[in-house]
Design a protein around this ligand. Structure first.
Ligand code: GDP
Ligand code: MG
Length: 345
């Protein structure tokens, strides 16, 4: 069975179950959580879905059979959804070849194939992606990097909440000593969450604040230590060196590499892909968090990043509220983006 049909059965079934459940109380906690998560994806991807699925649907209606023009219009839709040039061209080449081989001419079938290919393109052979942070060895240290304003600090608060809910002991470290007010912003979050935070003086060496923070986390038996960093512009060499120093300090203390999440604002489009490339050259990025997905109609950026950089998206920000951060789930993402196409006949 193709992915398109799989998604249709998986999520349509869920939606039907929702309707037929007469009593909320008989649903298990797990089911409720899954439904809420799917709802967040659907809501957060609403603008992208309109831009992508609706256009594709409209295109499908205009053609009886696919031809060169059809594929060129499809290309435009994919580029406009910010799927990136490389991803778009690869997918189109694939679709063209396959449709010729199998003599597929129906636009509907091509759409189904497209969703399948989007899925297969994301799943790279040999990598077993676990998006949740592992707590096999504690304390686990997570550094958050990314340029100013992308949502690092907000995401730290959301991630902390996510793991506190799973009964993990979380410690925050405010190693952004560069920007005025950055420390205070994180202190407010720590207070609200009722967790400890280690801060430094203004302009104190971020590596020294990190040293204090991670040492405290080790002493206090924290499960997770999250380090907030300044908005390091990739063209500012000295700031990048600072970041490397932070990583070194952590590696020395915990004897292994930390997790390092690069935060990218989905509304910045291809610029976000360029940022990721610049950061990837300098430090070992173990995952990407895409924020503000709810604020863009160009949800294809996740596919572009995966295609061009190979780094997996680990979490996705779907709104401004505390709970609007979800573990990245390829099925839910593709369903959220394409559900306009996955209708019952
Ligand atoms: N709509 C929306 N806004 C977000 C999301 N994540 C962060 N923001 C907003 O982005 C702005 C900048 O966030 P901040 O965490 O201060 O960015 P930082 O400079 O990278 O630390 C804030 O107004 C956040 O509320 C998201 O997923 N959706
Ligand atoms: Mg910040």
């Amino acid at each position: 069975m193709g992915l398109f049909k799989f998604l249709k059965e998986k999520f349509k079934k869920k939606e039907k179950e929702e309707v037929s459940e007469s009593s909320e109380s008989i649903k298990s906690e797990e089911t409720k959580k899954e439904e809420a998560s799917l709802e967040k994806y659907n809501k957060g991807l609403e603008k992208s879905r309109k831009n992508f699925s609706n256009k594709l649907e409209e295109l499908t209606k205009r053609y009886q059979e696919v031809n060169e023009e059809y594929f060129s219009e499809l290309e435009e839709i994919l580029i406009e959804a910010d799927c990136g040039v490389s991803f778009t061209l690869n997918i189109l080449e694939d679709l063209l070849k396959y449709s010729k081989e199998k003599k597929i001419t129906s636009p509907k079938e091509i759409n189904e194939l497209l969703v399948d290919r989007m899925f297969l393109n994301y799943i790279k052979e040999g990598d077993d992606i676990k998006n949740e942070i592992s707590f096999d060895v504690t304390p686990q240290v997570l550094i958050m990097v990314g340029v100013n304003g992308v949502g690092k600090t907000t995401t730290i608060a959301k991630l902390a909440k996510h793991y506190i809910d799973e009964h993990k002991k979380v410690l925050l470290v405010a190693a952004d000593t560069f920007r005025a007010g950055a420390k205070e912003q994180l202190v407010v979050w720590a207070d609200r969450l009722g967790i400890d935070i280690v801060t430094g003086e203004e302009n104190e060496d971020p590596a020294s604040v990190t040293y204090k923070g991670v040492s405290k986390g080790q002493k206090d038996n924290a499960d997770l230590i999250i380090v907030d960093t300044a908005g390091r512009l990739q063209n500012k060499k000295n700031l990048m060196e600072e970041l490397k120093k932070i990583v070194k300090v952590i590696e020395k203390l915990i004897n292994r590499s930390p997790e390092c999440f690069l935060v990218i604002d989905a509304t910045t489009g291809q610029n976000g892909v360029l940022q990721a490339a610049a950061f990837k050259d300098l430090i070992n990025i173990t995952g990407i968090v895409i924020t503000k997905m709810d604020g863009t109609s160009k949800g294809g950026i996740i596919l572009a990043i995966r295609e061009e950089l190979g780094i997996p998206v680990r979490f996705i920000g779907l709104g401004e509220k505390f709970d609007d951060l979800e573990e990245f789930d390829l099925d839910k993402y593709l369903y959220g983006l394409c559900s306009g196409l996955i209708k019952d006949e």
